[in-house]
Design a protein around this ligand. Structure first.
Ligand SMILES: Cc1cc2nc3c(=O)[nH]c(=O)nc-3n(C[C@H](O)[C@H](O)[C@H](O)COP(=O)(O)O)c2cc1C
Ligand SMILES: Nc1ncnc2c1ncn2[C@@H]1O[C@H](COP(=O)(O)OP(=O)(O)OP(=O)(O)O)[C@@H](O)[C@H]1O
Length: 312
């Protein structure tokens, strides 16, 4: 997959661009369906499946106070698009100039003249251009003017509830990771290099934990204890993770730590991916470290029982 941070001259580099438009934060099942239809349309016309998206998120520029924490890092999103068959990814830095472009100018100058788009794919609720005035209906009219094929994806919903990044963020803020996974099509995860903690886990509690720093731009599930699947170098292991500030020890640094079940190797400096599969309980302040240890033993038993119910 080729990555660009500009759209100028894309049509000289790629044949018959078929382009999907949107933010695609989280690449949930609605987005995945849109991308599948986009790739199919590109195949049909012998063209190139492409996505036009923004980074940073438009709200970070337009209304920073309303700007959401994101479901996927830029890198994770790129990898995901590539896996779904996207061949060209335009991650355009959003700015006020761009925001003030009319929908007609966007279609004429960017999609038609610079990108030579022969197909455009959007969702039913997509809006674009100044004041969000561009709608699927307007794009339909413009598709006749500029001669591109338009596909509008009807809402993908679960039990009548249309899937959206906003809905999923709300679930994660409440720690509802299993419910969020239904909409995402995968378990919510964090990834990164294992960093050194305070060695309390290993030395005082008897439960070594791999610590991950939290990327401040990403949405991490609510504080609490979770059953996780930990991916290391193509292998996966179950683990119990705590997200939080460890109130028992009066720290206030929020991080993620995971104790892997039946795993004894050193993980410092290793890249791991931690997928949250079940929420087990809230994070609590215990009267003493030994009270916490008793609870972690119970957490582990519960995690083992729950892990038997998880297939993949
Ligand atoms: C399964 C699990 C559950 C935990 N639950 C809590 C908790 O409810 N309250 C709390 O203060 N700390 C909790 N912790 C965090 C421990 O306090 C933490 O592992 C310990 O302080 C080690 O920190 P360190 O890795 O920085 O040395 C939990 C840790 C694990 C692995
Ligand atoms: N449930 C869905 N069904 C079909 N298409 C969707 C669905 N959700 C989003 N899309 C489409 O996918 C593209 C990217 O979506 P976008 O990230 O802009 O919105 P979203 O997922 O609804 O998020 P938000 O909650 O932030 O509005 C858009 O074209 C959008 O219309």
């Amino acid at each position: 997959m080729q990555l660009y941070h500009h759209w100028q001259g894309i049509k000289e580099k790629h044949n018959k661009i078929v382009v999907g438009l949107g933010n695609f934060d989280g690449l949930h099942i609605g987005h995945q369906k849109l991308i599948a239809d986009l790739v199919a349309l590109a195949r049909k016309v012998g063209g190139t499946p492409a996505v036009f998206t923004f980074h940073p998120h438009p709200l970070a520029i337009l209304k920073p106070e309303k700007s959401p924490l994101l479901l996927l890092s830029q890198k994770a999103k790129q990898n995901f698009f590539a896996k779904l068959g996207v061949e060209v990814l335009l991650q355009i830095p959003f700015d006020r100039d761009f925001a003030s472009m009319s929908p007609e100018d966007f279609v004429k100058n960017v999609l038609h003249e610079e990108m030579g788009a022969c197909g455009v794919v959007i969702g039913y609720n997509y809006t674009f251009g100044r004041y969000g005035r561009g709608t699927p209906a307007l794009l339909e009219e413009l598709s006749a003017v500029y001669g591109f094929e338009l596909r509008v994806i009807p809402p993908i919903a679960i039990e009548g509830q249309p899937v959206s990044s906003t809905l999923i963020r709300g679930l994660l803020v409440r720690g509802e990771v299993t419910e969020a996974a239904k909409y995402l099509g995968y378990y919510p995860f964090v990834e990164g290099e294992v960093v050194t903690g305070e060695q309390r886990g290993r030395n005082i509690l008897g439960f070594p934990t791999a610590n991950l720093n939290i990327d401040q731009t990403l949405l991490v599930p609510a504080n609490g204890v979770y059953l996780t699947k930990v991916h290391i170098d193509g292998e996966s292991y179950f683990g119990v993770a705590n997200i939080g500030v460890k109130p028992t020890f009066n720290t206030n640094n929020r991080n993620i730590e995971v104790h892997l079940l039946d795993f004894y190797k050193d993980l410092y400096g290793i890249h791991i991916k931690v997928s949250f599969t079940r929420r087990l309980r809230k994070e609590k302040k215990f009267a003493s470290p030994s009270e916490l240890v008793k609870q972690i033993e119970i957490d582990i038993l519960e995690a083992r029982a729950e892990s038997l119910k998880i297939k993949e």
